[in-house]
Each structure stands twice: as structure tokens, then as C-alpha cells.
Design a protein. Structure first.
Length: 127
């Protein structure tokens, strides 16, 4: 008689449901945040030299400018976090994966705070 076949490496799911949800939420925060901040800057006249210049006393928020110009590079955060979460899940199902999960939640909250800060005060007018 033949014995049971060896366990297949691909029987276990690579990603857990929580990992997928956190990475998708992080990506959604980045995409909506960059689009929202970019739209608000355009609405307030960023990029139009005839409307606002430094001579008139407008100082643009550097976080908002960074988000507008380099914000989509932040999409590497969910990709990198997902890779770390998969490695942690494969190696250890205990404390390592739990701390990686909470680190992903913390990164998502920090991104959300950054986008809200950039959107709430895109510029400052000096008198």
C-alpha cells in the first residue's frame, strides 16, 4: 500500500485575510490621499504663477508639495509591508506576525494623518 502523499507547499494560503485587508487599505489611503491633496492644491492655485507667488506672501505646505510630487512613491509601503508580513507569517505564526500586523496598522494611520495634515493646510498666507 502506498502512504499518504507528501504535503504540498502550496496547500497553505500565502496571504491571510488580515494581510490582504491591511495592504489594500494602505494602498487605498495612498491613492486617495495623493489624488485629494493634488486636487486641493490645484483648486487653491498651486502651479499657477500668475495667481500665487512668493511675492504675494503665499507659503506652500512642504508636506503637501511632497505628496503632490512624490506621493505615488508611497505605494511601495504597502508592497514592502506585505512582503514582510508574508515572511513573518511563513516563519512564525505568533509574535512576529502579530507585531508586523500592528506595524502595518500604524503605518496606515501615519499615512492618514500625513494626508489630512497636507489637505487641511495646503498653504499659509503671510500678512
Amino acid at each position: 500500500m502506498r502512504g499518504a502523499p507528501p504535503p504540498d507547499v502550496f496547500d497553505e494560503p500565502v496571504l491571510s485575510k488580515a494581510t490582504i485587508q491591511v495592504s489594500l487599505v494602505m494602498a487605498l489611503i495612498v491613492v486617495l490621499g495623493v489624488a485629494g491633496v493634488g486636487g486641493l492644491l490645484k483648486l487653491h492655485g498651486y502651479g499657477r504663477e500668475d495667481l500665487f507667488t512668493h511675492v504675494q506672501g503665499v507659503t506652500w505646505n512642504p508636506v503637501a508639495i511632497f505628496v503632490r510630487h512624490q506621493g505615488f512613491h508611497l505605494l511601495w509601503l504597502p508592497v514592502t509591508w506585505t512582503c514582510f508580513a508574508v515572511i513573518a507569517q511563513r516563519r512564525d505564526r505568533g509574535m512576529l506576525y502579530s507585531s508586523t500586523y500592528w506595524a502595518g496598522i500604524a503605518v496606515a494611520v501615519i499615512l492618514l494623518i500625513m494626508f489630512f495634515y497636507a489637505a487641511a493646510a495646503p498653504y499659509r498666507m503671510e500678512i
